[in-house]
Design a protein around this ligand. Structure first.
Ligand code: BTN
Length: 243
């Protein structure tokens, strides 16, 4: 693993993409920053994080022959790697909120932004961006966010947590490379937030619906058993799970 530490950058994902465009990068090249001026979240949102207190990093990994239909397995591998790393630090009540937020005691402690590098119409590499709240304790104005320190009272060393995440992500990335898709999905669904519980979702139209999360499809859609007993699949753009 090659670690590049930066004081400040627009976004570690954007920086790594620029770096990959100009250089032949080693797998598991990691860029970590104390501060991001344009930290990016999923669906065009901003990722805000207090300077110097949390983990903000991006990982480069070349990808060979992963079919478009199987790309969500990579996302599962990332979530599961973080899950196992946080379990190692005995973080309580961990869950994966679809598609890939990590919760502890029902609060979001970690967000993941996975971006692809496409060459000749195929995914040639991935940039996995991870924002993990470690030692920040003030989350005023941010809905449902928390940190490891807020939850356990313990101060965390950034690099210790980073190395554990990389180690665990490597383990699950190998599962993806070896085509162990069913095992990945079983484990992912086992850790899924609100699985088999009655839950409320907000559709793109603003309409609220009720249903039970049953799992995910190979493409990463959420399978919901609706009130009329029909199983439907939704993608990320279609709905949001309310807490
Ligand atoms: C989300 O939950 O919306 C995803 C947040 C991802 C944030 C991380 S911080 C490091 C990396 N660089 C970014 O600009 N975003 C990701």
């Amino acid at each position: 693993m090659k670690l590049i530490k930066l004081d400040a950058i627009d976004s570690t994902n954007s920086y790594l993409r620029r770096l990959a465009a100009e250089n032949e990068l080693e797998d598991y090249t990691v860029v970590m920053a104390e501060k991001q001026t344009e930290g990016r979240g999923q669906m065009g949102t901003k990722w805000l994080s207090e300077e110097g207190k949390n983990l903000m990093f991006s990982v480069f990994k070349k990808i060979n022959h992963l079919k478009k239909n199987n790309q969500f397995y990579l996302s599962m591998a990332v979530s599961l790697g973080i899950y196992d790393a946080l379990s190692y630090f005995i973080i309580p009540q961990l869950k994966i909120k679809w598609p890939n937020d990590i919760l502890s005691v029902n609060s979001k402690i970690c967000g993941i932004l996975i971006e692809s590098i496409i060459k000749k119409g195929e995914m040639s590499a991935t940039i996995v961006g991870i924002g993990l709240n470690l030692n920040q304790t003030d989350f005023e104005g941010v809905m449902n966010a928390s940190s490891l320190k807020k939850i356990t009272g313990i101060y965390y060393q950034r690099e210790e947590v980073l190395f554990k995440i990389i180690e665990q992500f490597k383990k699950y990335e190998k599962w993806v490379a070896d085509g162990r898709y069913e095992e990945l999905k079983t484990l992912y669904e086992h850790h899924l937030f609100r699985k088999d519980k009655p839950s409320t979702f907000k559709l793109k139209s603003g309409e609220l619906i009720m249903g039970f999360i049953k799992g995910v499809s190979d493409q990463g859609c959420l399978k919901i058993l609706m009130e009329d007993e029909i199983l439907k699949e939704f993608d990320l753009k279609e709905l949001k799970l309310l807490y």
